[in-house]
Design a protein around this ligand. Structure first.
Ligand SMILES: *Cc1c(COP(=O)(O)O)cnc(C)c1O
Length: 389
C-alpha cells in the first residue's frame, strides 16, 4: 500500500478557501446551461492593446531574448519604468538600484515576506484585502495582524488601534490604494501617518499600487513614493495587468528603497530567473503608451460603473460608487450575509459576485461586483436582481 505523504504544515494551515462554495455553484449553473453574468473576477474582459501585442511579435524571434533574462529585468525595461514614474508621479527612480522586474506583482507580494519576515514577526495586513498579503506572511512563518478597513474609518486602517506590543514585533505593513476590494482611495495625510509609524517602529511599508491607473473622475490616484520619507522605509509594487489588460502576460515591478529592492531581489535570484525578455519589450511598449490612448478604456469602465451604480440604487441597494479600480463594494440587503446573498444571486438570478468575507472578516456584510461585462449585460444583471430583491 502506498503511504500517504503529508502536506507541509504551511499548506495544511492555509485558511479555508471561502470562494469554494460559490465556485461550485458557478460550475453547477454553467453545467445546467444558465446564462451566467460573471461579475466575480478581477480580470479585464478587454484584450491587450494591439501595439503591445505587436511589440511582443517583433521581439519574440530575436535570439538574444531566448536566453535567460537578467533577474532584475532588462535595463531598458527598468528605464521605461523609471521614465513612467517620472512622467506620471514626478517620482525619480534610479533604474540601476531602485527598480526590479516582477513576474506579476502577486509574485513580489508573495516573496517579499521571505526576505524580511522571521517566525514570530508580525505583518500588518488590511482586511478586507488581497489574500496574498497574509498568505505570503504565513508561508514565511510570520504572523498576519489584520487591520480592518471600515466605512467608519474611510477604508483606511485605524493605526491608533494597533497595540504597541504588536507594532514592536512588526516587520512589514501592506497597504493598497486604490483599494481592492473596497475601491477606496487614500489621502496624503493617511499615507503620512503610516510612514511616521513605520519610522517609529522600524518596519517596511509595501504599497500595492495595482490600480493607480484605473480612475474615473480626473482625480489621479497618487504613488506612495510621492510622500516625503516614503522611500526611506518603503517599496511600491506595480502591475501592468489591470492598466493594460495584461493579466495573462505576468509582468510587474517593484520600485523604491534600494535596500528593500535588493532584499527582494536576493529571494528572486534564488527562486526564479526573471521575465521572458520579449514580454519585457512588450511591457516597455505598454509603459510608453500615450496617456490619451487610455482614455477610451476608462470611459468604458465608467459607463459600466454608472449602469451598475444607478441600477442598484434604483432597486434600493447601497453601493459605493468607485472613483478608481473596477470593483463596486456593495452592502448586502437586510436579511442576508455576504455568502447567503452571493448564493441567492447565483441561484435565482444567474449572477456571480464575490462575497466580501472572502477578503477577510471585516468584509462580512458586503459583496464585490467587478465591472467586467458591457453596459447592456450590466443592465440585464440589474433587471435580474430587481426581480429577486
Ligand atoms: C490583481 C491584483 C494584483 C496582482 O496583479 P499581477 O500583477 O497580475 O500579479 C495585486 N494586487 C492587487 C490588489 C490586485 O487586485
Amino acid at each position: 500500500m502506498k503511504e500517504t505523504i503529508e502536506l507541509a504544515e504551511r499548506v495544511k494551515h492555509l485558511p479555508p478557501y471561502l470562494f469554494d462554495k460559490i465556485d461550485k455553484l458557478k460550475k453547477q449553473a454553467r453545467a445546467k446551461g444558465v446564462d451566467l453574468i460573471d461579475l466575480s473576477i478581477g480580470d479585464p474582459d478587454i484584450p491587450t492593446p494591439v501595439h503591445i501585442v505587436e511589440a511582443l511579435k517583433d521581439a519574440a524571434p530575436k535570439p538574444q531574448h531566448h536566453r535567460y533574462p537578467s533577474y532584475e529585468g532588462m535595463l531598458a525595461y527598468r528605464e521605461a519604468v523609471a521614465n513612467w514614474y517620472s512622467r506620471r508621479f514626478s517620482v525619480m527612480l534610479d533604474p540601476g538600484t531602485e527598480v526590479l522586474s516582477l513576474i506579476g506583482s502577486k509574485e513580489g507580494i508573495g516573496h517579499l515576506p521571505l526576505a524580511y519576515v522571521n517566525p514570530g514577526d508580525v505583518v500588518l495586513c488590511p482586511s478586507p484585502g488581497y489574500p496574498v498579503y497574509s498568505i505570503g506572511t504565513m508561508f514565511a512563518g510570520g504572523e498576519p495582524y489584520f487591520m480592518p478597513l471600515l466605512e467608519t474609518n474611510g477604508y483606511f486602517p485605524d493605526l491608533s488601534a494597533i497595540a504597541a506590543d504588536v507594532l514592536k514585533r512588526t516587520k512589514l505593513m501592506f497597504l493598497n490604494y486604490p483599494n481592492n476590494p473596497t475601491s477606496a482611495l487614500c489621502t496624503v495625510e493617511q499615507f503620512k501617518a503610516a510612514i511616521e509609524l513605520a519610522h517609529k517602529y522600524n518596519f517596511i511599508i509595501c504599497h500595492d499600487a495595482a490600480y493607480t491607473e484605473m480612475y474615473y473622475n480626473g482625480k489621479k490616484p497618487m504613488s506612495f513614493l510621492e510622500i516625503d520619507g516614503a522611500k526611506d522605509i518603503g517599496v511600491e509594487l506595480h502591475s501592468l495587468s489591470k492598466t493594460y489588460n495584461m493579466t495573462g502576460w505576468r509582468i510587474g515591478f517593484a520600485v523604491g528603497n534600494p535596500d528593500i529592492i535588493f532584499g527582494l531581489g536576493k529571494i528572486k535570484t534564488n527562486l526564479d530567473s526573471g521575465v521572458f525578455q520579449a514580454v519585457q519589450e512588450a511591457a516597455i511598449a505598454a509603459l510608453d503608451t500615450d496617456e490619451a490612448a487610455l482614455a477610451p478604456l476608462r470611459d468604458t469602465y465608467r459607463a459600466r460603473r454608472d449602469a451598475l451604480y444607478n441600477g442598484l440604487k434604483s432597486i434600493g441597494i447601497d453601493a459605493m460608487k468607485p472613483e478608481a479600480t473596477f470593483y463596486m463594494w456593495t452592502k448586502v440587503p437586510k436579511g442576508y450575509n455576504s455568502e447567503s446573498f452571493a448564493v441567492h444571486l447565483l441561484e435565482n438570478a444567474g449572477i456571480s459576485a464575490t462575497p466580501g468575507n472572502g477578503f477577510g472578516a471585516a468584509g462580512e456584510g458586503y459583496i464585490r461586483f467587478a465591472l467586467t461585462v458591457g453596459v447592456e449585460r450590466m443592465k440585464e444583471a440589474v433587471e435580474r436582481m430587481r426581480k429577486i430583491i
